[in-house]
Design a protein around this ligand. Sequence first.
Ligand code: ATP
Ligand code: MG
Length: 399
Amino acid sequence: MLPKIFQDAIPLLKKIEQAGYQAFFVGGSVRDYLLGRPINDVDIATSAFPDEIKSIFPRTADIGIEHGTILVIEKKNEYEITTFRTESGYGDFRRPDRVKFIRSLEADLMRRDFTMNSMAMDADGVIYDPFDGRDDIKQKLIRTVGEPAERFSEDALRMLRGVRFVSQLGFELETGTRKALTAYSNLLSHIAIERKTIEFEKTLSGDYRDKALEILIESALYKQLPGLSEESEAIRKIAGLPLVKKLSTDQMWLLLTAGMDIDPSVFLKMWRLPSKVIKERNKEKDILSRRIKEGWTRELLFRSGLERAVNVEKVYNCIHSLNSSTESLQEKYKALPIKDRKELKVTGNDLMNWSEKAGGPWVKETLEGIEKAILNEEIPNDHDTIRRWLETCNPSEKN
Ligand code: ATP
Ligand code: MG
C-alpha cells in the first residue's frame, strides 16, 4: 500500500484522468518513497493545461500559472499541480526564458535535474523511470539527466542542489557530475542569493553535512557563496568537528559565524536572512563569547534565558568536541533565585519613590545591581530587605 500522503492525493489523479488527461506524482516524493524516507509534500504533474486543471477543480489558485502551476484545494489539503513542460533559452544560467506546455510525460521528466528526481508514479503505484533513477538510487549516485555540463550551464543552482542532496542522502556524485561541478562552479555567481540560501540551509542540516561541506570546498563552489569566498579553512574545520551533525540549522549558522569570527549581522545579512533571525544569532554570538571567557555565571545564564543558553552551549560543546549534555546547565538555571526581571519584588517606580529622584539610566543600572545581588544570593528577593540593602550601599556604583 502507498503511504497515506499519496493515498490522500489519488482521488485528484483519478479526477484528472477521468477528464481525459494524464496525472502523476513526480519529483521529490517519488524519490523519497523509493528511499523509504519521510515524504514532505507531493507534487503532481499532468498533461492537462492550467485552464483545463482549473475547469476540473472547483477551488484553485494561480500560484505560478506562467510556469504551469496551479494550486488545488481539496478536502482542506493543498496540492501543486503542474502541467508537463519543456524549458528553453537559459540565457542567464538560471531561469529559462521560455516554458512550453506539452502533453508528454517523458519530455517533462527530461528537464528535471537528477535521475533520482526524474521519476513519476501513477495512481496505481506504477513507476515511470526513463533515466534509470532507481538504479542510481540503488548505487547511491547523484547523476544529472543528460550532460552535466549542459545541465549546470542551463541552471547553475543545480550544482548546489546536488551538494544538498549529498548532505541529505549521503550519496556520491557520479564522476562526470562531480567533474562538471568543479569545472562550472563559477556559474553559481549568476544565481540569486535567496535561491542559494534555501539550498545552503538544507546542506547545513543534512545528516551528511560534513561530506557536503567538503565537496563545496573541493569543487570551489564555496567561492560563490555569500561571505564564504575566503573561508575554506574555517569551513573545513567545521566539517571536521566530530559533533557537527548534532546541531540544528540555527546552531549551524552560529557555529559558522563563530568559526569565521565574523559579526552575524554582517554575515547573515549577506545571506538575506530575516532580521529577526539575524538579531537572535547576534545575541547568541555575544553570549557565546562571554561563555568562552567567563563560563556560565548565574548572571549570564539569567540574562540569556534557558533556551538561548542551551543553544549556545550546544555550539560551544561542538567547537570543543565535548560530548556532554546540557543537563547540568538546565539544573543550574532551575536553581536561579529569579528567572526574569518581572519577578523582582521591587520596581523602577519603587526606586524613584524611595530616592525622590527622576528616572534615568540609573534606574536600569540599579535594577541590574539588585538582580545581580539576588542571583548571587547576597540578598533575598524581598521588598524590605532590598530597600534596606539599597540604603546601605549603592549597587549602581558598586558595579
Ligand atoms: P525536497 O524534498 O527538498 O522538496 P525536491 O526534489 O522535491 O526536494 P523541489 O525543489 O521541491 O525539490 O523540486 C521538485 C522537483 O522539481 C525536483 O525533484 C526536480 O525534479 C525538479 N527541480 C527542482 N529544481 C530544479 C532545477 N533547478 N532544475 C531542474 N529540475 C528541478
Ligand atoms: Mg519538493
